[in-house]
Design a protein around this ligand. Structure first.
Ligand SMILES: *Cc1c(COP(=O)(O)O)cnc(C)c1O
Length: 360
């Protein structure tokens, strides 16, 4: 891994650097840990074409959540199987024919039935009450706009008819769960799926990524072992835990200043490029590539970007030593990072993109 080379070459414009061989190995490991379970990468975590191509040999397909993502993956990987989910599908979306369409409500199913003659295979997205303690984000288990409660699923099962084919149940109930919790959720989803006679079950994504402990990893082997032997045709849709670790965001220290007693390091770029720490409320982990050779004492410092808002914070009150010109490489910037950020706010230049290349 040659991050240092990119750090040494960094100018005034920040850069994203993606480790494609690292992603390739990580995705291969996930594949090995889950024999018999179909894996669809959730594209909204990071739709970068090179990441999609790198993940492709290790997955069975891709989960897309909009007509835009559908068209994007079709273009990058024309033959890939797609599962199309997400609330708020337009009539145009409902005319598409993905490998699986995830139906979000009885109303959506009615529009699907009214709008098409071509067959389409659907999973009904269930929002079930399951134990979700410890989840970072809850998409289900209560009143949210995602999926349907069991009453909604029952209504769909009465409505469904050709050319719409009921294949099974989809559930993506929470994100940020460890394997053990995710298996409990899977158990509840499978129980429900059996009640409605579903032969195919998509258990969603939401595998935990711990930004406070970059070296910790979701226990794919435990998850795979827990799902082994399930008679239903199983599918999962990891996003964050697939690509978070393969990306770095490189920025440079422009200024160090003490204001009312607190030390701030002002870096090039900002949360308009890397919004992840603000949205998740964490300190983004990082490595410093120093511009100097002497060692400095550690100090408590808050790392901020170039935006004129107090929310533009990468990491608050962390212990490190920095000098002007140092490069700060933020790790775990491969998922929900560049693509969820408000790029045009303040009109700073866009970052460069580099791929540590192991594939041609
Ligand atoms: C976002 C999303 C995923 C991926 O979630 P992660 O937490 O990134 O693993 C999977 N399925 C659906 C339906 C989603 O909306």
């Amino acid at each position: 891994m040659n991050l240092r080379r990119y750090a040494e070459r960094l100018g005034d414009v920040p850069a994203y650097v993606y480790d494609l061989p690292g992603l390739d190995a990580h995705a291969a490991g996930i594949r090995r840990a889950l024999p018999g379970v179909e894996i669809y990468y959730a594209v909204k975590a990071n739709p970068d074409p090179w990441l999609l191509r790198t993940v492709a040999p290790h997955v069975d397909g891709f989960e897309v959540s909009s007509g835009g993502e559908f068209a994007h993956v079709r273009e990058v990987l024309p033959g890939a199987r797609l599962a199309f989910g997400g609330p708020g599908k337009t009539d145009g979306d409902l005319r598409l024919t993905p490998y699986r369409m995830h139906v979000e409500s009885p109303g959506e199913l009615r529009r699907l039935l009214a709008g098409r003659r071509e067959p389409v295979d659907v999973l009904l997205r269930a929002n079930l009450e399951v134990p979700l303690a410890g989840a970072a984000l809850a998409m289900g288990g209560g009143a949210t706009p995602f999926g349907m409660d069991p009453g909604g699923v029952a209504e769909c099962l009465e409505l469904v008819r050709e050319p719409v084919r009921f294949r099974g149940i989809h559930a993506h109930l929470a994100s940020g769960l460890a394997a053990e919790e995710l298996l409990k959720v899977a158990g509840a989803v499978l129980e429900f799926a059996r009640e409605v006679g579903a032969a195919e079950v998509n258990l969603g994504g939401g595998m935990a990524v711990d930004y406070a402990r970059p070296e910790a990893r979701f226990d794919w082997a435990a998850y795979g072992a827990g799902l082994a032997g399930t008679p239903e045709r199983l599918r999962i849709e990891p996003g964050r835990a697939m690509t978070a670790y393969c990306g770095w965001y490189l920025t440079k220290v422009l200024d160090l200043k003490r204001v009312h007693g607190e030390l701030f390091a002002v870096l090039t770029g900002g949360t308009h490029h890397l919004r992840t720490p603000v949205t998740k409320g964490h300190n983004q982990p990082f490595t410093v590539f120093s511009a100097g050779s002497s060692t400095l004492p550690e100090e408590t410092v808050t790392l901020v970007g170039q935006l004129c808002t107090p929310k533009d914070v990468f990491a608050r009150n962390i212990r490190t030593s920095l000098r002007v010109g140092d490069v700060v490489a933020f790790a775990m910037a491969g998922a929900y990072a560049w693509n969820i950020s408000h790029h045009d706010f303040l009109m700073h230049p866009k970052p460069e993109f580099h791929y540590i290349s192991g594939i041609s």
